[in-house]
Design a protein around this ligand. Structure first.
Ligand code: SF4
Length: 389
């Protein structure tokens, strides 16, 4: 793959700007969790430990069958809980990508980790397997918020997982946070951010809690046992994050993502720059040259289909790539570089009247050929974008 330092693979710095030529992304889905969190609607299942080996074999079979003309600029192993697999299993998956698709020199290789499934030796083995970035699901540093969300790790374990990852010296570390849950008080969010800042992580993703249909949390809200989330409170929480993280030197490069300079996620940037990505694993989506596809969702179905050589459940062509690319690119603080955007997705002339109207009212700004959403309109970015597409 590329030069290793103490077992880790150095990754290229990423400034978080919209990319005219995003690298190829590879997403790999691990659909297993030890316990389902109350708010989660991801494609993940409890109690399937007995499937881990056959799932990894099936995954590798589909990766080996993939044909691609360029190597990956980023690999992201997400879930579910990828760290329910052993570092050896994760290493086999990464090796399969390196052999069959190719992995660029300096590519970002991320594994999502849950605090209760990792320890110091685990992280060391992960670095040996070629991982250079870990994204740790912290969510909150308030015990009652973790309880409400149905998280099973303690605050102590969450902090310890971060310091153990950092001690290896091989990873960029992302802390995944959730704000605006019904149990969270203003001081809980403030202390969570301050606690994470104390550890000096490289990257922070902070998402407003949404109540997804068919989750235990949705039932609790519908039956009045838990109050619904309050969008105004969530706007306030985002402002607190903006203020505290900004003062600590973090740059917000996307609506919900902050980083130290040069530490933006290459893989995220591939998505937001409307780049191509391959999706492997149960329920994973991929996108190549305007063709979007998705795999069978259930792990057992996926394993059986991998034997037969076809795991795809469906596909579609993206009718309006320009609209989709605008929707993604304008989430970035940089916005889009107009000339490069038009080279890739066609002229914006038809949208010019809408752009002019949004510029005139201050929802969009244009400077140095970059078109972006005004910082004051970040929390209504979706409304602004909807008026463009
Ligand atoms: S650990 Fe993550 S993927 Fe698993 S149930 Fe909780 S939120 Fe969902």
């Amino acid at each position: 793959m590329t030069a290793k330092v103490a077992g880790a693979v150095l990754r290229s710095p990423c400034d978080g700007q919209w990319a005219a030529e995003p690298g190829l992304g590879v997403y790999i889905h691990i659909p297993f969790c030890r316990h389902r969190c109350h708010y989660c609607d991801f494609n993940t299942y409890e109690g399937l430990d007995g499937l881990h080996d056959s799932y990894v074999d099936a995954l590798i079979r589909t990766i080996e069958a993939a044909r691609c003309e360029r190597p990956a600029g980023s690999v992201f192993i997400g879930g579910g809980t990828p760290t329910l697999l052993s570092p050896v299993q994760l290493g086999r998956i990464i090796d399969a990508v390196a052999t069959s698709v190719g992995i660029d020199e300096g590519a970002e290789v991320t594994v999502e980790a849950n605090p209760e499934t990792v320890h110091a030796a685990y992280f060391e083995a992960l670095a040996e397997a070629g991982v250079n970035r870990v994204s740790i699901g912290i969510q909150s540093l308030a015990p009652h918020v973790l309880d409400g969300l149905g998280r099973t790790h303690s605050v102590h374990r969450a902090l310890e997982a971060i310091t153990q990852a950092q001690a290896v010296g091989a990873f960029e570390v992302n802390a995944d946070l959730i704000y605006g849950s019904p149990w969270e008080r203003p001081q809980d969010w403030q202390r969570t951010l301050e606690g994470i800042l104390t550890l000096g992580v490289d990257h922070i993703s902070a998402y407003a809690l949404t109540i997804e249909e068919a989750t235990p949390l949705a039932t609790l809200v519908r039956t009045g046992r838990v109050p619904d989330v309050d969008p105004d409170i969530q706007v306030d929480r985002h402002a607190v994050a903006e203020q505290l993280l900004g003062a600590a030197g973090y740059l917000r490069y996307e609506v919900s993502n902050w980083c130290r300079p040069g530490r933006a996620s290459t893989h995220n940037l591939c998505y937001w720059s409307a780049g191509d990505y391959l999706g492997f694993g149960a329920g994973a989506h991929g996108h190549l040259g305007g063709r979007r596809y998705w795999n069978l969702r259930l792990p057992r179905d996926f394993i059986a289909a991998a034997e037969a050589g076809d795991v795809e459940a469906g596909h579609e062509s993206v009718d309006d790539r320009q609209a989709e690319a605008l929707m993604l690119g304008l989430r970035l603080s940089s916005g889009i570089r107009m000339a490069d955007f038009e080279d890739r997705f066609g002229s914006l002339e038809e949208r010019r009247p809408a752009i002019e109207a949004l510029l005139a009212e201050g929802s969009l700004t244009q400077a140095d050929a970059w078109l972006r959403i005004s910082p004051t309109r970040t929390m209504v970015a979706n409304d602004v974008i909807a008026r463009l597409i």
